[in-house]
Design a protein around this ligand. Structure first.
Ligand code: C2E
Ligand code: MG
Ligand code: MG
Ligand code: MG
Length: 277
């Protein structure tokens, strides 16, 4: 093939940087269309109570199969959505779907909550509490059936921090609970436990994956459990793939368990049979 002489600046970027950039731009463009057409899905991953092994909640996870790009994973999608400001629309979409689902469980008499992941970034929008309250009202989902999982991948800016904390407390007073996700890996986990109304913490999957081969990790998990309990915070573990991990986490006092050992994420249509069985 004959090498083209590009006259334009972007072609002087390293090949890798160029393709990364164009992928980002394409994801942003397609996501905008997908959100507009409500063309995304939500799947549900059960969270079990350790003692009873009963499902107490389902975590909502966004799935996007673009006509143009194929499956785009949340790991790739969420950071781009956060950087472009599309995260708020994405969050609203997932909240609406999830609360509708939780309202249905409520109406059918199941005592099951829904966990929705929201980026702390989304709380930069001062309207967030009003939007969430509206979605609860419109869908008929009781506030105490919604749990919001937050991850702190960024430091909060000092000016916005106070307002964000206040918003979360206001939502908490209405009955919404907060879960600190990916615990142990974040930017300021301990500070968040101090200042935010956290009801549960979820020990990050990376600890669970290495615990059986690494005694130090085992001790870290034990420490996280006792830290949580000393603050009256429930302790959950995510990413459980084996019976051995589940047993050990139970013996260490984890209150809730989640992972592919129990179930893969399920589509809304697959949940029906999950309840009937
Ligand atoms: P997360 O909230 O920590 O969710 C857990 C992730 O680990 C999910 O990946 C889930 O499918 C996966 N997982 C759970 N158990 C296991 C296991 O036993 N083994 C393995 N290998 N994986 C397991 P997913 O759905 O790809 O989501 C990745 C991350 O993207 C989430 O981490 C969350 O931070 C973010 N995310 C997903 N959906 C949303 C959303 O609707 N909104 C926001 N803001 N973030 C989301
Ligand atoms: Mg989560
Ligand atoms: Mg997590
Ligand atoms: Mg994670």
């Amino acid at each position: 093939r004959v090498k083209q002489q590009g006259g334009n600046l972007i072609t002087t970027l390293p090949k890798d940087a160029h393709s990364k950039l164009s992928r980002r731009v394409e994801i942003e463009k397609e996501l905008l269309v997908a959100l507009d057409q409500q063309n995304l899905e939500v799947v549900y991953l059960p969270i079990l109570d350790t003692a009873s092994k009963k499902v107490t909640s389902f975590e909502a996870l966004v799935r996007w199969e673009s006509d143009v790009l194929g499956q785009v994973s949340p790991e790739e999608l969420i950071p781009i959505a956060e950087q472009t400001g599309l995260i708020n629309d994405l969050g609203t979409f997932v909240l609406e779907k999830s609360c509708k689902q939780a309202a249905e469980w409520h109406q059918k008499g199941y005592d099951i909550k829904v966990n929705v992941n929201l980026s702390v970034r989304e709380f930069h929008d001062k309207n967030m509490p009003r939007i969430i309250t509206q979605i609860l009202q419109q869908t008929g989902c009781p506030a105490n059936r919604l749990q919001i999982e937050i991850t702190e991948k960024f430091a909060l800016e000092a000016e916005s921090e106070k307002a964000i904390i206040e918003q979360m407390h206001a939502l908490n007073r209405e009955g919404i609970r907060f879960v600190l996700d990916d615990f142990g890996t974040g930017y300021a986990s301990l500070r968040y436990l101090q200042i935010l109304p956290i009801e549960s913490l979820k020990i990050d999957r990376t600890f669970i994956q290495s615990m059986t081969q690494n005694d130090k990790v085992m001790r870290l998990i034990k420490g996280m459990v006792s830290l949580g309990h000393s603050l009256q915070i429930r302790v959950l573990a995510e990413g459980i793939e084996t019976e051995q991990q589940a047993k050990q986490l139970q013996s260490m006092g984890c209150d809730g368990l989640q992972g592919f050992h129990f179930s893969k994420p399920l589509k809304s249509t697959e949940l029906e049979t999950y309840f009937q069985s």
